[in-house]
Design a protein around this ligand. Structure first.
Ligand code: NAP
Length: 598
């Protein structure tokens, strides 16, 4: 083993280990920002792309490098902007009362540094011709590059560490942004870069697209934006790999070929897989799982052909046609991997694809022997994998189930104890609900996916404020997998300006239910199903739930008795303490406000 490879492997392992400990400390409250932050950091593929776009490697490589720069910078700019947008929303009641600053001085500083950095580089490369410039052109670049990368790596880790508390999260992300700036500026010193033309054009295009995606996309579309961003980052990694293979006409060492092969395969399948995920979530493709007979065998056979091709290429790296066929098959495999998975399971898939994207970046790092890419790729890979595992654990799904893609198709359990529990359902009107709210002392609001569908978070926040004005104690109960992405409810409620110190996670809130006068369930279903505690036949069995049934009375806002994501009937609705306020959650809340004003 070459010592460089050995060092690379050590770095990869240590960064993964560090990433695990840092990311485990990120609270569920910040899981959605974590997803977009790691997505932005995964834009580190920009570093490799810059060199390919700016060096004199031939037209083909320059074109691929240019596309890769545009894709990666979309990730970086869009990812950091949307993360900042989200983090700005997470405030305590005290923060909300405090005066807001209009312009963020940190952003201005970062922008100023970027502009100055680019101008200085232009000046060096185009103007300096004297001997004194030798130091700046030849010596400083190599020195600067390694120092810039070391600082960037530290800043990325500190940035992720900041996400362990909403208080320090924005500061942390600023450090990560600064780290990215340093890595990019450092790379511009790379001695092989001879022109900045395609770098600048690619960056501007990517920054515009990323800027629009980061600033304009509604919070409810964060999962599909993240998926789209993953696909671009993975495409960048794949294109850089293809460019390197083409440039060397396959004359590569076994180690480089292994890393490059891994990079293009994982990059390729992540590109198409993430595109599919984004299209399913956006409703451009049918959200239901598409399955056919022998699907798993076909997919596994295809994977075996891809792996077999890579092994052959490691032995015979100059087999060019096989290389391009292998890349094509990896693209096809990405599509096939995601089509049997339902749209509701996409958050798990996105987290996994995030992890694959990180691994593709790390592979690019091994191929170019670029340590910052190995570190960030490892961090990203760990983060995505951990998030996927945490989601699975909260949903009581096994990791094996996720890894082998056999999910998204949950069978309905007919005739189980939940169905037997069917009895009388009591419904109430908004007017009756208004009367019920009189004379209460404590209310626990339980939001779920239906609140997101109805866009009822603003109504919920308004109701909570009104109740608090009446001296009623209001708490929000947040289940880790309520909604359809990690931290979904936190982001929506933050968007409705609910202070995060009013949000309680499952372990914190469950002891309070017994004292609550009303548990107000707004569009939540599975996360409140008591069957999860004892019914071994239920797909929900073993999933920790919000113990709503322990409240003195329960009011559920939903349109019908239809099941939620799991397809399981909820016996809570037949509890004598439970009252159903049927209708779209937002409309029901509007009617309730009207009744309260009477
Ligand atoms: P849920 O079990 O999916 O139930 C949502 C309920 O919202 C439905 O029963 C639906 O009933 C109601 N609803 C839909 N539109 C509505 C509207 N306009 N107004 C009022 N109600 C409406 O949701 P959940 O309790 O939040 O549980 C989340 C589920 O998703 C869990 O099973 C979890 O494992 C899964 N999941 C979560 C994640 C994640 O990361 N958060 C990822 C993947 C899967 P009606 O049709 O009767 O209105």
């Amino acid at each position: 083993m070459t010592s460089e490879l050995e060092i690379g492997l050590y770095i990869f392992m240590l960064a993964g280990f560090l990433g695990y400990h840092v990311i485990m400390r990120v609270p569920p409250l910040l899981h959605t920002p974590l997803m977009s932050a790691t997505n932005a950091i995964a834009g580190i593929s920009l570093v490799g792309s810059l060199v390919v776009a700016g060096a004199d490697y031939g037209v083909f490589s320059t074109v691929l490098g240019f596309i890769a720069v545009a894709c990666s910078s979309t990730n970086v700019v869009g990812g950091f902007l949307i993360t900042d947008r989200m983090l700005k929303m997470f405030k305590t009641a005290k923060d909300q009362a405090a005066q807001r600053r209009r312009v963020d001085p940190k952003m201005l500083l970062a922008l100023a540094m970027l502009v100055v950095g680019l101008l200085v580089l232009f000046y060096w490369s185009e103007q300096l011709r004297s001997d004194a410039a030798y130091f700046f052109r030849e010596v400083l670049p190599t020195q600067a590059l390694s120092y810039f990368y070391i600082i960037s790596a530290a800043l990325f880790i500190l940035g992720l560490k900041g996400l362990s508390s909403p208080k320090y999260a924005r500061r942390g992300m600023f450090l990560a942004e600064f780290g990215m700036l340093m890595a990019v500026v450092g790379t511009l010193f790379h001695h092989e870069i001879v022109t900045f033309k395609w770098i600048i054009i690619g960056f501007v295009i990517g920054a515009i697209i990323g800027g629009i995606m980061g600033l304009r996309i509604p919070m409810t579309a964060v999962p599909q934006r993240t998926a789209l961003s993953h696909s671009l980052g993975a495409l960048a990694a794949c294109l850089v790999g293809i460019s390197e293979y083409f440039r060397h006409s396959g004359e590569l060492s076994k180690v480089t070929m292994t890393a490059l092969g891994f990079e293009v395969i994982v990059g390729g399948l992540t590109f198409t897989g993430s595109l599919m995920a984004a299209a399913k979530l956006q409703g451009l493709l049918p959200g239901h799982p598409i399955t056919y007979k022998g699907q798993n065998i076909f997919n596994l056979s295809l994977l075996a052909v891809i792996v077999g091709s890579l092994i052959y290429l490691i032995i015979m790296p100059t087999a060019g046609t096989l290389f391009y066929v292998m890349v094509g098959l990896a693209f096809v495999f990405g599509f096939l991997l995601v089509i049997p998975i339902g749209a509701a399971d996409m958050p798990v898939v996105i987290a996994l694809l995030n992890s694959y994207g990180g691994l593709a970046d790390a592979a690019m790092g091994f191929m170019l022997m670029n340590k910052i890419q190995i570190i960030t790729g490892s961090l990203d890979g760990t983060s995505g994998f951990l998030l996927a595992l945490l989601m699975c654990r909260a949903m009581n799904r096994s990791a094996i189930n996720v890894l082998f893609g056999a999910f998204g198709k949950i069978e309905k359990v007919e005739g189980g104890p939940a169905a037997e529990a069917k009895g009388i359902v009591r419904s109430i009107t908004s007017e009756e609900m208004a009367v019920l709210l009189d004379g209460l002392r404590s209310v626990i609001i339980v939001p779920g996916y239906g609140m997101a569908v109805a866009q009822a978070q603003h109504g919920v926040a308004e109701l909570a404020k009104l109740l608090m004005k009446r001296g009623i104690d209001v708490k929000y109960a947040i289940h880790p997998v309520a909604g359809r992405m990690p931290g979904h409810m936190n982001v929506l409620l933050a968007d409705a300006k609910v202070p995060y110190d009013q949000l309680y996670d499952m372990a914190q809130i469950n002891p309070y239910f017994a004292q609550a006068d009303i548990a107000l369930v707004v569009g939540a279903n599975d996360v409140t199903n008591p069957a999860a505690k004892y019914n071994k036949n239920s797909p929900l069995y073993g999933m920790p739930i919000l113990e709503v049934e322990r409240a003195k009375s329960i009011v559920v806002l939903k349109r019908s008795l239809n099941p939620g994501f799991s397809g399981v009937d909820n016996e809570l609705y037949y509890d004598p303490k439970c009252m159903m306020l049927f209708g779209d959650a937002r409309e029901s809340l509007n009617k309730l406000f009207a009744a309260l004003r009477l």
